[in-house]
Ligand binder design. Structure first.
Ligand code: ZN
Length: 497
């Protein structure tokens, strides 16, 4: 085949796969937001058929041949990168025998049910046999892969291409050195009053404020849509179809607000990726850490800052005069930044959060390197929480069984959460060199800040890897010191240490 014929075949395959992906994405969003629970069995069965069709299409030997041929040819940069990415993705799975792949899928489905049940009863021993099987099954899946990396490195690489245990070890060691003592000092300092955040905040009024906040965030209904769900997430199909969700709590006014600023950060990334990448692999996330860096930048570095609230707090007070009329701007900003070691990762504050990840990283590493066993792992977990966070875990439900990731066979995912926060610190440092960020926040010029992110990060989509984007945007490789300096500076001031 000529180059033109190969490219035509490739484009046809790309269009078809993106159509299946779009259908599955919309079905997934629908399931998690508005679809009636009763229809789930019917829908799930048909959804599995579509997912199977997509899988066959992706693994189609004829297409693999087309990709191989194209890789030998002289292509434009975007196409060459997309072809290579598609090929690498396919090679990750193609060697797994179909029956083993299906068996593994069944195992994760079964394990999810077992996890949910064990969590409800706070019974780690009931989940332990599944965890053991999951580790065995995951190990086997990754052994099929043609790679020089160690097994756990292969897993890490799936979520954050280029990251290895060696690199994460350096990162987490630095973090441990500086953050563990800092948390100790914060714990000993005088507590910040957060009680007023938990007064009664009627949800209908919260929604009215949210409409105003979405305008401030430049979240435009032309390309974005905000829904409600139990666990907020962001998804979408293309540049101009970004779906995000939030959750309102009547006894916590900051929860929906900060969660929305976070999710709109993800959505804005999707919206600002170069439109010509729509429907191609280049519009997908570079890495979990990079996507998370953009949402955390919006949530923590912008949304929790005083200048952000100089613009938005008077509006919030107007909606809740009884609840916040007697609370000063400074007291409010301090409260939404307060830190205290706790048990649950998803509810952790900005300072203690990375230590929740450290615990999970050390456990995963031990599980796959054979130094930690699933037997008695709940005790290991509790000991680590005592050591790093200084908290006592009362039961498995608020300990080892709190997260869904392992039950779904996701090992190697957690570390990206900590990495994302660290990436954002370095991006913020670069952004501050170009812009008066505080003035933009005060004046409602959130679009100027988003414009900077578009120009230096978002527009590239997955065209470059995380390391390359970091260099393009900040002029240097990833350096965790920006993050650690930021945390030290912020919490030393906040708690007058
Ligand atoms: Zn996120």
């Amino acid at each position: 085949m000529t180059k033109e014929e190969l490219l035509a075949k490739y484009k046809e395959w790309e269009l078809k796969t993106s159509a299946y992906k779009m259908a599955l994405a919309i079905i997934g969003i629908d399931k998690q937001t508005v679809a009636p629970e009763g229809g789930a069995p019917y829908r799930d069965k048909r959804t599995a058929v579509l997912a199977g069709e997509l899988f066959s299409l992706q693994m189609d030997p004829e297409n693999i041949e087309v990709l191989r041929e194209l890789m030998k040819m002289d292509l434009d940069g975007d196409t060459a990168k997309a072809v290579k990415m598609n090929y690498d993705e396919i090679m990750k799975t193609v060697a797994v025998p179909k029956d083993e792949f299906v068996a593994y899928q069944n195992l994760t489905n079964e394990a999810y049910g077992a996890w949910l049940d064990a969590k409800n009863r706070s019974d780690y021993a009931a989940f332990e046999p599944y965890l053991e099987k999951l580790i065995e099954g995951t190990r086997k899946m990754y052994e099929y892969r043609d790679s020089d990396l160690s097994l756990y490195d292969r897993m890490l690489d799936d979520y954050e291409p280029g990251m290895t245990q060696e690199k994460y070890d350096v990162f987490f060691d630095r973090l441990k050195e500086r953050i563990v003592p800092l948390i100790r000092r914060v714990t000993e300092a005088q507590k910040i009053d957060t009680s007023f955040l938990h007064r009664n905040y009627p949800v209908e009024e919260q929604k009215k404020f949210m409409d105003e906040l979405l305008q401030y965030l430049r979240f435009d209904p032309y390309w974005g849509y905000l829904n409600e769900t139990e666990h907020p997430f962001t998804s979408g199909t293309c540049e101009n179809d970004c779906r995000t969700t939030t959750k309102y709590l009547p006894d916590n006014v900051a929860s929906a607000i900060l969660s929305t600023v976070h999710e709109v950060g993800h959505a804005t990334y999707g919206h600002q990726t170069a439109p010509e990448y729509d429907g191609t692999i280049l519009a997908e996330a570079i890495s979990m850490g990079m996507h998370e860096s953009q949402s955390r930048l919006c949530e923590n570095y912008l949304g929790r800052s005083k200048p952000f609230w100089e613009a938005n707090y008077p509006r919030l007070q107007k909606h809740f005069p009884e609840q916040l009329g007697d609370v000063s701007l400074d007291a409010f900003v301090a409260a939404i930044n307060a830190a205290e070691p706790s048990l649950i990762r998803t509810e952790a504050d900005e300072l203690t959060y990375p230590l929740h990840i450290l615990v999970r990283y050390e456990i995963e590493k031990g599980l796959f390197n054979g130094t930690i066993s699933t037997k008695g792992l709940d005790q290991t977990w509790n000991e680590m929480y005592a050591k790093y966070l200084g908290v006592t875990v009362p039961d498995a439900r608020s300990g080892i069984l709190q997260d869904v990731h392992w039950a779904g066979g996701s090992f190697g995912y957690f570390p990206t959460y900590a990495l994302g926060s660290a990436f954002s610190a370095q991006f913020m440092h670069a952004m501050r060199k170009d812009l008066d960020v505080d003035e933009c926040l005060r004046n409602g010029q959130y679009d100027v800040l988003m414009g900077w992110l578009k120009e230096h990060i978002h527009k590239y989509g997955a065209r470059y890897n995380a390391d390359e984007v970091m260099r393009l945007a900040t002029g240097e490789p990833f350096n965790p010191d920006y993050y650690l300096d930021y945390l030290e500076d912020k919490y030393t001031k906040l708690y007058n240490l």
